[in-house]
Design a protein around this ligand. Structure first.
Ligand SMILES: CC(C)(COP(=O)(O)OP(=O)(O)OC[C@H]1O[C@@H](n2cnc3c(N)ncnc32)[C@H](O)[C@@H]1OP(=O)(O)O)[C@@H](O)C(=O)NCCC(=O)NCCS
Length: 188
């Protein structure tokens, strides 16, 4: 029985945008390379209202998302694939522009946390990308995945529910915010 996740070295999946006819690429493993242009795009996306409010505002103590934060995100992505400690995927549009990311935050096959963020100008692909993430995780040996989502983040919990997750818990965080826990069991 596997005790560690196993992913193909190069991952490249087609992702359809549900709201139009666009096809994107979801990349993982050694298919991920970042350019200077990607860094600027990461800063732009992480500064967008939803993304900043839901994920980065608290982490950055209300400060701006800067180049060093984008560099540290790209280093984290590359490190994960190198060390098999976490597994991030990126999504590019049909001109190769970086438009979002999804990740599995640990190698714990029994229960691993997942997350994502995306460019608000490209709405409509994340449910399909998440379904692909679930299929890849199942193939890699994961048995269960979970997501922690702030109670006010309806776009995010609607998206994970469309992907097959169910709510299992409501938790009050130490900072007083209510968060919901969603999970999916990956049966054989
Ligand atoms: C979470 C996030 C990626 C979701 O993005 P999204 O654009 O709402 O997600 P989707 O692309 O799946 O859905 C967009 C629309 O397409 C529809 N859609 C997409 N795929 C679909 C599918 N397979 N079946 C049915 N409807 C679908 C949805 O119903 C939704 O329409 P609606 O807004 O009218 O309800 C985005 O809100 C985000 O980046 N938020 C900030 C970061 C964040 O909160 N991350 C999560 C932390 S846990």
């Amino acid at each position: 029985m596997n005790t560690k996740p196993f992913f193909e070295e190069k991952i490249n999946c087609r992702i359809k945008n549900f709201l139009n006819t666009d096809i994107y690429q979801m990349l993982g493993g050694s298919n991920i390379l970042f350019s200077e242009k990607d860094l600027q795009k990461i800063i732009d996306i992480c500064s967008q209202k939803d993304c900043y409010e839901m994920i980065f505002k608290r982490r950055l103590n209300g400060g701006p998302y800067l180049l060093k934060d984008a560099v540290s995100y790209t280093n984290w992505v590359m490190e994960g694939w190198r060390n098999h400690s976490h597994f991030a995927f990126i999504v590019r549009n049909n001109t190769g522009e970086f438009i979002g990311t999804l990740d599995i935050k640990s190698p714990d096959l029994d229960n691993a946390e997942v997350g994502c963020w995306a460019d608000e100008n490209y709405r409509g692909f994340m449910t399909n990308a998440f379904k692909e993430l679930i299929a890849l995780a199942k193939n890699a040996g994961y048995k269960k995945l979970y997501a922690r989502i702030k109670s006010e983040n309806s776009r995010s919990y609607n998206m994970v529910m469309r992907s097959g997750f169910i709510k299992i818990e409501e938790r009050l965080r130490t900072d007083g915010l209510l968060e919901f826990i969603y999970e999916i069991t990956l049966n054989d």
